[in-house]
Design a protein around this ligand. Structure first.
Ligand SMILES: Cc1cc2nc3c(=O)[nH]c(=O)nc-3n(C[C@H](O)[C@H](O)[C@H](O)COP(=O)(O)OP(=O)(O)OC[C@H]3O[C@@H](n4cnc5c(N)ncnc54)[C@H](O)[C@@H]3O)c2cc1C
Length: 460
């Protein structure tokens, strides 16, 4: 093998939504690309635990890169979701004012939305607020509609982007934590826990770990603060109470607590916002639970008469500036995509597009490749469209789609078998859950856990 042959054109570090979107975009060229992920699965970091809203960007800070890329990402991901089968529901959102001060803030929020290029917001009366969401607690004075805000499946989004990257020829290495980088004249050696990857260019999309990697390139320009967001998930019986996303009026303390339907037919309340130091602290807390109970009960008291079936937390990669931090270092052939804090699910594909524009005049040949494989078609795990257990024709053709394994979420043996045979098969129960919804229901695996575990073991 000649010395150049084992040097890849690009290595992307981090297979969350952002890194996977970038790898997919680069996979559409003739470049040789490796995507390395420290965990055993793609989308196992912040991208798996968020509020899963496809944002219009109506409330972004006007003029920022984030504002531009969220708006662009909304269109790109909306179109992509349709094409590859990522579940989306165009529920719209209603931002509710509970005090005179909040009501007075609505025109400013509408104006801000317009400065962000979003012109569909309308201010509505308290009566109209209750007409739209009859189960809201007493005291709503007025509202602002955001018809474009939508709910989406974060898990399928990440998986679709990574799957398409791999099908386009990207070499995905899971379980490969990057521990160091060594600069050479014509390449960088990226040292991982499973060996070295040499590449001419390195793209750092490492989320919560991005500042540490950045330091390996000699920088000391930002620190990631893990900002925890905890959420409560309610039983599916509550779904009719929440026909759209119910938002709070943002304040200096953040966006506030929202109540939202989920793509899996539940309702969620959250998130909290708490700066931590531990970048692995994805557990939930008693304080978080108490906070969400008190805030949520005021918003929708009857919801809190129903059962909470799960709680989870995600960590935003917050940095000390109010925008994304994207930078190309041409000397070191190194790109940072950092500070993708609370909108990266929506903006991921736009970040990838933006990066390709920034690299257009680099020594990377970004000419699109002629013959690309067709985009993947992802298994549907959303409630709004037909799932395999509901599809008589499909069951007749393959009875495994009629054999339920997880009764809470109606997941079939056929779907689990398909996940094991997919381009990026799961390596653990959590990965299988994100691909099928198995173990995701109100029993939390009490009934199907052992059976599912045995299916997983047989597949490995
Ligand atoms: C509570 C909460 C609510 C949110 N709600 C929304 C929302 O409604 N809509 C929206 O658009 N966005 C939302 N977000 C934001 C969104 O989830 C993130 O912006 C997005 O997931 C970031 O993706 P990422 O790829 O940058 O990071 P990640 O998903 O964290 O991916 C980074 C990856 O890099 C890997 N990695 C790190 N260090 C290394 C290393 N040294 N070597 C190898 N791999 C490494 C990690 O394992 C990880 O998989 C929310 C976030 C939170 C926490």
């Amino acid at each position: 093998m000649n010395a150049q042959a084992d040097i890849r054109d690009v290595v992307v570090i981090g297979a969350g939504i952002v890194g996977s979107a970038i790898a997919r975009a680069l996979g559409g060229t003739e470049l040789t690309v490796t995507l390395v992920e420290g965990r055993d699965d793609v989308g196992d970091g912040t991208s798996k635990a968020n509020t899963a809203l496809l944002h219009t960007g109506f409330d972004a800070t006007p003029g920022t890169l984030e504002s531009r890329l969220v708006a662009r990402g909304y269109d790109l991901l909306g179109e992509y979701a349709e094409r590859v089968g990522v579940p989306v529901e165009r529920t719209g959102a209603l931002l509710v004012a509970w005090t005179d001060e909040e009501r007075d803030a609505l025109p400013k929020l509408k104006d801000k939305a317009e400065r962000n290029g979003y012109h569909a917001c309308e201010i509505v009366t308290g009566d109209e607020v209750y007409r739209r969401v009859p189960d809201l607690g007493p005291g709503a004075l007025a509202g602002l509609t955001v018809p474009g805000e939508s709910i989406i499946c974060s898990w399928t989004t990440n998986l679709a982007l990574a799957t398409e990257a791999v099908e386009r020829g990207v070499d995905l290495r899971r379980g490969a934590m990057v521990t160091d980088v060594v600069r050479h004249d014509d390449h960088t050696a990226v040292v991982t826990t499973t060996g070295e990857v040499k590449a001419r260019w390195v793209i750092n999309a490492a989320g919560l770990g991005a500042d540490h990697l950045d330091g390996r390139f000699g920088y000391d320009r930002f620190t990631v603060t893990p900002r925890r967001g905890e959420l409560l998930v309610f039983d599916k019986l509550t779904r009719p109470m929440v026909p759209c996303i119910v938002l709070a009026v943002p304040s200096s303390r953040g966006k506030g607590v929202l109540v939202s339907p989920t793509i899996y037919g539940n309702v969620m309340v959250g998130p909290t916002s708490e700066n931590l130091t531990d970048r692995t602290a994805t557990g939930t807390s008693e304080e978080g639970f108490a906070f969400l109970l008190s805030k949520g009960r005021a918003l929708m008291p009857t919801l809190f008469d129903e059962e909470v079936t799960a709680a989870y937390a995600g960590l935003r990669a917050a940095i000390d500036r109010d925008d994304y931090l994207v930078d190309v270092d041409r000397d070191q052939r190194y790109v940072l995509v950092g500070g993708i804090r609370s909108t990266g699910l929506t903006a991921g594909m736009a970040l990838a597009e933006h990066l390709l524009e920034l690299l257009a005049d680099s020594d990377l040949d970004l000419t699109p490749r002629g013959a690309l494989p067709p985009a993947p078609r992802m298994p549907n795990i959303g409630e709004a469209t037909t799932r395999p257990y509901q599809d008589a024709e499909r069951i007749a053709a393959d009875p495994e789609y009629g054999r339920i394994v997880c009764f809470c979420e109606r997941v079939t043996a056929g779907e689990i078998r398909d996940a094991f045979a997919s381009t990026i098969p799961p390596r653990d129960l959590d990965g299988l859950r994100r691909r099928t919804r198995v173990l995701n229901g109100r029993c939390q695996g009490f009934y199907c856990g052992a059976h599912t575990q045995s299916l997983l073991e047989a597949s490995l």
